[in-house]
Design a protein around this ligand. Sequence first.
Ligand SMILES: Cc1cc2nc3c(=O)[nH]c(=O)nc-3n(C[C@H](O)[C@H](O)[C@H](O)COP(=O)(O)OP(=O)(O)OC[C@H]3O[C@@H](n4cnc5c(N)ncnc54)[C@H](O)[C@@H]3O)c2cc1C
Length: 565
Amino acid sequence: MSKHQGSSVTEILQPLYIDDADGQHWDEQCELLVVGWGAAGACTALEGHAQGLDVLIADRFQGGGASAKSGGVVYAGGGTRQQRAAGFRDTPEAMLDYLRHETQGVVSDATLKRFCDESVANLAWLEGHGARYEHSMPPGGGKTSYPKDGYFLYYSGNELVPSHRGEHDPAPRGHRTVAKGQSGQALFGHLRDACLRAGIRTRLQSAIRRLVLDCGGRVVGAELWTLPAGSSVAKKHARLAERAERLQNFRPAHCDGLRAQLSQIEREHARPLLVRARQGVVLSTGGFIFNPQMMREHARKYLRNFKVGATGCDGSAVRLGATVGAASERLGQVSAWRFLNPPLCWPKGVVVNRQGQRFCNEEVYGATLGAPLCEDHGGDGWLVLDRKLRRQALWETLTGGYWWFQTVPALLLMLSARKGRTPEELARAAGMDAATFGRTLADNNAAARGLIDDPQGKSAYSRQVLDQGPFYACDISAGNQAYPMGGLTLGGLRVAEDSGAVLSAEGKAIPGLYAVGRAAIGVASNLYVSGLSLADCVFSGRRAARAVAQARPVAQAPRAATACS
Ligand SMILES: Cc1cc2nc3c(=O)[nH]c(=O)nc-3n(C[C@H](O)[C@H](O)[C@H](O)COP(=O)(O)OP(=O)(O)OC[C@H]3O[C@@H](n4cnc5c(N)ncnc54)[C@H](O)[C@@H]3O)c2cc1C
């Protein structure tokens, strides 16, 4: 076996039960142990510190995780300063009304209401820790998959889509952290600096491998496996990890090899460190898109998707939770990002499945389109344009000043499209059923001419007659590497919605254990719209920290015959 082979995920061990937490030798102690230093972990740590807790943060790498690679968009509303400055009158009720439609009961109405009620304050809290938000909106109505530099407020979900927007006037709620380029790095940088300014201790290159429980089943600490600080192996580990994140978009297979090397270094050189957490352990280790086994087991339909996450997204929390009887939910729920915008005119085309049947409104948010595409149509589909619309789309793409990661794939998609002089010829070229595709096109054109309602509810703005050959079928399938479709796991540990306490299959809180961000079920776990995950990191992180602060240190629990025997 070569050094590039083998598992690349953190090894998780069975829990360590101890008789006497006070008499135990601990390598390090704290009140709140936060495992995973992404956005959720950083928010937990900052709130915990503000609540007066002695906090220790541990991370398998240097911190940052998916949060630092992200777009740094935070979904916020209900009347933020930025919304008001841009001339929008949003309310928590309008936000709740809209999000109810997207979240479909993944959290209770009371929790969703709290999320909306606290939204203005949570964005201001981020600002208080150094992140900046502004009200400038991109041209073209504020709708895009990601705003260009200089624009920081936009419609980041389905707010403008009639069937999704609800009763209230739409308001833009995507608040992109002010920065140049992808803003996630800046957002995490502010949170990291705030943690360090607050004097919160960190243990880097230290991965949690097991939980430590007392005999009553309370989580009282964790065993971290840590690389010797400053050693040559630690430096090599840091170099390889940084490279794996940087090159993932361009050389995924090479990066899988780097990940295997990282695990190999950890297996050979990391040493155990026993950490006591007197009031709580919070798992903030992210999702599991980089755990191939979990993906095969739970989310098979998304194996071809481009991985949206970071190396640490290997399901550590779910696997650790399972060792102490924790329940997980929605592990098959993956947000599949098939954005059709920019160019802004693409939604005027029609999206069809392999048979040529239309199945969604092309104006919807990327993950709203990706969901039926992957769940119901095998991840395969076409975006059909006619000559006029393709020309318009090429022009917009070339002159719109979009991001390179929007322009290059859009051009590749259009330039590699199947072509047919007539709809029948295109159906043949793309392997579609000619009669089905013919009906799809006829219905689209009738709707665009105002003769019938659009079968998928597309707004008048995006309806366009497609009758000018040649016709083009652009391959928007998950497997098209030139036009990658992202996948972000949304499932995680089941938690109590008032505290973030991890729950067992019977719905009982596992004492001393909490989960936040993408390690847990949260507001974003049904359908992600841009910004909802980071907003949930803030909401769930602060909630868990407050709950830990309120949990009084418990005296040694009475010995239970089963646990320590
Ligand atoms: C390219 C991209 C763009 C995105 N854009 C947005 C956006 O604009 N808005 C939005 O809301 N969402 C966005 N997302 C999704 C969002 O970034 C994530 O869902 C979110 O950051 C998850 O945060 P987290 O704190 O739960 O996990 P992470 O940020 O992934 O942090 C988890 C941390 O835990 C550490 N860790 C993992 N396992 C262990 C272990 N065993 N022991 C110790 N430490 C461990 C990791 O090293 C990591 O630092 C984007 C994601 C990507 C990749």
